[in-house]
Design a protein around this ligand. Structure first.
Ligand code: FE2
Ligand code: FE2
Length: 218
């Protein structure tokens, strides 16, 4: 079971098409494979920066690519549903039992509603997922129809995640167009996610920092 194979798995792709269709109807930002590939690759980079090996990075990539498949069942509890679906899919592969349990547990714990980072792979996925804020996550629609999530994502004109192993720091650097969204809007949407990143960073023995428009806010 390799990340390169998981990327092409038709069942996983079908779950994402269905899930993204449902979330589009509910007014959510993009949750397609563009988001999940980004999470997979960003999580592997985080682990690499903090000295974790290839095997951990590969598990993070597989978990990252699969982490949102539960949206095809229901947005609420999508992490838990996704974990159960992933377990079924991975059982049909040559994935080792221990690795499968790790991936399933990571998926089940990625959401801020009930999840917790109890190990480095889950911590990396949480940070990679919660820091995916960008203008092109907003779906095509009139600006007048934007909700607060759209405004916050649309306002982000640049995002950079810096992993600094020497100083034990993970820093999210954002540039926000404050004409579109205020800091207050940003925190209303992202405070719980940023707090989850902060707790996840501790599992990697690091500190999570947030810099918005050159100001350190966390
Ligand atoms: Fe999710
Ligand atoms: Fe996600």
């Amino acid at each position: 079971m390799k990340y390169s194979e998981i990327l092409k798995n038709p069942e996983i792709i079908e779950y994402y098409e269905k899930g993204n269709q449902i979330l589009g109807k509910l007014g959510y930002t993009d949750h397609s494979t563009t988001h999940t590939r980004l999470v997979a690759e960003r999580a592997a980079k985080i682990l690499d920066a903090f000295g974790y090996g290839e095997h951990e990075q590969e598990l993070a990539k597989v978990a990252g690519f699969m982490h949102d498949i539960g949206n095809a069942i229901n947005r609420r509890h999508h992490a838990e549903y996704g974990a159960i679906i992933a377990n079924e899919i991975l059982r049909d592969t040559d994935c080792d039992m221990k690795d499968r349990v790790q991936i399933v547990s990571t998926i089940a714990n990625h959401d801020e509603s009930t999840g917790v980072a109890a190990d480095p792979i889950t911590a990396a996925i949480i940070i990679a997922d919660k820091t995916d804020v960008r203008r092109n996550r907003v779906r095509e629609r009139k600006k007048s129809a934007f909700d607060i999530h759209d405004r916050v994502n649309y306002a982000v004109t640049s995002t950079e995640l810096i992993c600094d192993d020497d100083n034990d720091k993970i820093t999210l650097v954002l540039t926000i167009d404050e004409e579109i969204c205020t800091m207050y809007d940003y925190f209303e949407i992202f405070l719980s996610r940023m707090m989850m990143c902060s707790r996840a960073a501790e599992v990697l023995d690091a500190k999570f920092e947030l810099i918005v428009n050159d100001q350190k806010v966390l």
